[in-house]
Design a protein around this ligand. Structure first.
Ligand SMILES: Nc1ncnc2c1ncn2[C@@H]1O[C@H](COP(=O)(O)OP(=O)(O)OP(=O)(O)O)[C@@H](O)[C@H]1O
Ligand SMILES: [Mg+2]
Length: 817
């Protein structure tokens, strides 16, 4: 018989698992009881410096599992265990065990631990995207899996893939990752194994219970069994005066044992102690559980137990609570109070009624409530409970109506969000969209699957353009738009279609597919012209202008952008006109008219700062930095870049990767910090290689020149070492590195300081420090005055200084060091 808690190659699995009955652990081995007092949100993640530690914290207490924790950790540190899958029935505690087990492993994985919740993902093809996004990879000019393997190849990283059973078809992708990335480890939780070569399976056992119900230890010692401890803890949460004593100890043990030591079932039963004494509960369980599982006879035994427990709690709800419980099943990834109200509440129900019903579901452990990062409550189901709720919704014949309400609400909501993305509320709304991204995906999925519903999907997708772009979902957004547009039927409003085409065109342009961008922009232009929709026409012209610019058709770009600008101005729409102004700035920069470029960028910047469009302000600040760099004004370039990064961070923009790293690398090169420049180029190459493919010629030339300068300043080995150091950096690390103070020297790997001035420049610097003029220096060194001037200029640039006095101060410090 298969023993739970044992590791085996997935391929040798045998069916069947026994209840786990054992002696309590010795006091020394019992798990440290640590309460996480801070309320931590489901979505709250921490990124510690240098490593990616993206593992959510749980707010409830964790019991027992000493042996399992030790086993799992040991397995994960065994070199030939590349994929460990925690399997077992729903609610047995796979996810929780995985989270707890990885806590103590942070030090062991140099590049961190990354948690990917697969629960809300419905399409196996999106698994690789989900992983890539968690790793901060954004622009996918080549297949995502390829990009992932490229990124993970040299990294010692632990991926935690939670609730894999939904997307088992993605297991081949996992195999591919493991094959290509020798230092990558994966911990998966799944109701069934992935069945790939690399896999070791670990069957998660139930919580511990006394082996012999006939000879129970006294109540005080019973809590050494984790099932009992969990019951008592959760019972106290709803009924603070609950104590385990000699009167109820046996009954509580019986309850936990009837519930097979399944933590989720125990949590739900314990939540009922406010209403039912343990005695009454035990009696009902003895008779009722099996009836409640009617219809689920084909499920494995423990799965039936869990269903029974859920069904039991459900049967005790009031009718309106039951209705709410069922209705909430249409949400994917949880719901805010407002969304729950809009979708589930009846017209005549007040906010308090709904709030009361939600609170009651939370009390009964049927629903979870955790604060979002903005402090608002968010309600969500554990997966097995959502599945049950969905079944109830279907058998009540109400699925269709609720899906429609869900879609209608999110359509309304997203249309509220869209205009706000152009204002000071940009960051707030981007976050809100992010928290409800899975609900939005669900609406899109539904609208594609449901005949006659494409228009809803097209409207939602059209409104999500900025969110998709700023937050790095360009490839995914493109997929949704393409699928929807390919299936458009006759009754879709032309304006809706034009807007979706426009969105798809913009994303195609950003992803470097210029032909597609042009085709789609022309389509949207045609429709908007037919409709006489001037704002639409202006936007399409703007898109076409950007495409022409990237295709090096500068005269055409100029006229398109100017037409767009004239229309925006005619409409009095300053916020939109800034896009055309910024485009014209790009054109001026390409034409080498740097002063004109700078003036145009400044104009766009002041508009966006005024309207509060932080993301676009950050983008144009980056353009200003590039211009300043070409004007050799490194001081200004640095300040523009710094501000740009700051603003990009404010809106958590993924576009950041693309621009900022290139800018910072080039700046480091110009300032003579060659090692740092090589690191940043390496980081940029790793995090967003696709960016360079869409660069315009002067940017490309500037990039190449900076790269040449960097290579020239280092030996081949030094360059290679710095480059590969950069490739293993996270985005946060690379940005910190790039923004560190522009010291005149850079640290070598051993912490010693090393100047980057050539010997000749050092001589010149010494003479500057003595107060010599360029002419005097030239005479002194037997060189032309012009050459001396160039040396001084290079020294100023390399050290990031503006005056000869700064060189003098640096030289004297440097000597005394
Ligand atoms: N050792 C434990 N101590 C305290 N609570 C636990 C423990 N194990 C599990 N739980 C709780 O039990 C519930 C179910 O656990 P979890 O979600 O990990 O189950 P699962 O096996 O991943 O289920 P599913 O197959 O549905 O994903 C959660 O609320 C979890 O916090
Ligand atoms: Mg789980």
């Amino acid at each position: 018989m298969r023993e739970a808690g044992q590791v085996r190659r997935a391929k040798d699995r045998r069916a069947g698992a026994g209840t786990r009955l054992e002696q309590p652990g010795s006091p020394r081995r019992s798990a440290p009881r640590r309460r996480i007092t801070q309320t931590s949100s489901r979505a709250e993640l921490s990124e510690s410096a240098g490593k990616t530690n993206l593992v959510p914290a749980r707010a409830t207490r964790f019991f027992g599992r000493d042996t399992e924790l030790a086993d799992v950790r040991e397995q994960l540190l065994t070199p030939d265990v590349r994929l460990l899958t925690l399997t077992g029935p729903p609610g047995i505690g796979k996810s929780r065990l995985a989270l707890e087990a990885t806590r103590a492993l942070r030090e062991k994985f140099a590049n961190g631990i990354v948690f990917v919740d697969l629960t809300p993902i419905r399409d196996p093809a999106l698994v690789a995207h989900a992983i890539a996004l968690r790793l901060g990879l954004t622009r996918f000019s080549r297949p995502v899996v390829e990009q992932l393997t490229h990124f993970l190849r040299e990294k010692r990283l632990l991926l935690l893939l939670d609730n894999f059973e939904h997307v088992v078809d993605a297991s081949l992708m996992v195999a591919e990752l493991l094959g290509a990335c020798p230092s990558l480890s994966i911990l998966a939780t799944s109701r069934e194994p992935l069945r790939i070569d690399w896999e070791r399976e670990y069957l998660v056992p139930p919580l511990t219970l006394p082996a012999d119900l006939g000879h129970l230890p006294e109540a005080g010692r019973l809590v050494a069994y984790s099932a009992i401890a969990l019951f008592v803890d959760r019972a106290r949460a709803v009924h603070p005066r609950f104590v385990l004593d000699r009167h109820n100890a046996r009954t509580v043990t019986e309850i936990c044992s009837r519930l097979d030591g399944l933590p989720l079932a125990i949590e739900m039963a314990a939540a009922l102690v406010k209403a039912l004494s343990p005695q009454a509960m035990s009696e009902r369980l003895a008779h009722g559980l099996m009836q409640l599982t009617a219809g689920a006879r084909n499920l494995p035994e423990r799965h039936q137990t869990l269903r029974g427990a859920i069904a039991w709690s459900y049967s005790l709800l009031k009718p309106d609570e039951q209705k709410l419980f069922r209705g909430l099943a249409v949400f994917v990834g949880g719901a805010t109070l407002d969304a729950a109200k809009a979708v589930c509440a009846d017209h005549d129900a007040g906010e308090m009624d709904l709030f009361g019903a939600l609170a009651s579901l939370v009390d009964k452990s049927l629903l979870r409530q955790e604060p979002q990062p903005d402090g608002q409550p968010r309600y969500y189901f554990l997966e097995s409970i959502r599945e049950f709720a969905l079944e109830q919704l279907i058998s009540a014949g109400d699925l269709h109506r609720m899906q429609q309400r869900h879609a209608a609400h999110f359509l309304f909501w997203v249309q509220q969000a869209e205009p706000a993305l152009d204002t000071r509320e940009q960051s707030l709304w981007l976050n809100r969209l992010e928290w409800d991204h899975d609900n939005l995906r669900e609406v899109l999925r539904w609208s594609i699957a449901e005949p006659g519903r494409r228009e809803t999907g097209l409207r939602v997708a059209g409104a999500l353009l900025w969110f998709w772009w700023i937050r790095g979902y360009m490839t995914e957004g493109t997929r949704w738009l393409q699928t929807l547009l390919a299936r458009v039927d006759g009754d879709v409003e032309p304006a809706v279609r034009a807007k979706a085409c426009h969105a798809a065109a913009f994303l195609a342009y950003r992803l470097g597919d210029l032909q597609e961008a042009q085709r789609l922009s022309e389509q949207s232009l045609l429709v908007w012209r037919q409709l006489g929709d001037t704002p639409g026409i202006a936007q399409a012209l703007n898109n076409l202008g950007r495409v022409a610019l990237s295709q090096h058709e500068y005269a055409l770009a100029q006229s398109l952008l100017q037409d767009a600008l004239a229309l925006h101005q005619q409409l009095g729409d300053r916020a939109e006109s800034a896009y055309a102004i910024n485009g014209l700035g790009e054109l001026a920069r390409i034409n080498g008219d740097l002063e004109q470029a700078r003036a145009l960028y400044e104009e766009a910047l002041s508009i966006w700062k005024e309207t509060g469009n932080t993301e676009m302000a950050a983008v144009v600040l980056f353009n200003l930095a590039q211009t300043a760099m070409r004007q050799r004004d490194l001081h200004r370039a640095r300040s523009c870049l710094g501000e740009s990064v700051q603003l990009h961070k404010e809106v958590s923009s993924q576009y950041l990767v693309n621009c900022s790293l290139v800018g910072l690398a080039e700046l480091a090169a110009h300032e003579g910090r060659a090692r740092q420049a090589a690191r940043l180029f390496g980081a940029q190459d790793m995090l967003s290689e696709a960016y360079r493919e869409t660069m315009n010629p002067p940017d490309q030339a500037a990039y190449d020149a900076s790269m040449t300068m960097t290579r020239a300043a280092l030996t081949e080995e030094e360059f290679a070492a710095a480059w590969s150091e950069g490739r293993s950096m996270t985005l946060a690390q690379a940005l910190d590195d790039g923004l560190s103070s522009p010291a005149e020297v850079e640290k070598d790997p051993h912490g010693k300081r090393k100047t980057t001035l050539t010997r000749r420049e050092q001589e010149v610097a010494a003479l500057v420090a003595q107060g010599l003029s360029n002419r005097a220096i030239a005479t002194h060194l037997f060189i032309a005055e012009r050459t001396a001037e160039t040396h001084v200029e290079n020294i100023l640039n390399k050290l990031g200084f503006h005056s000869r006095a700064q060189i003098a101060a640096w030289t004297s410090q440097h000597r005394s060091a």
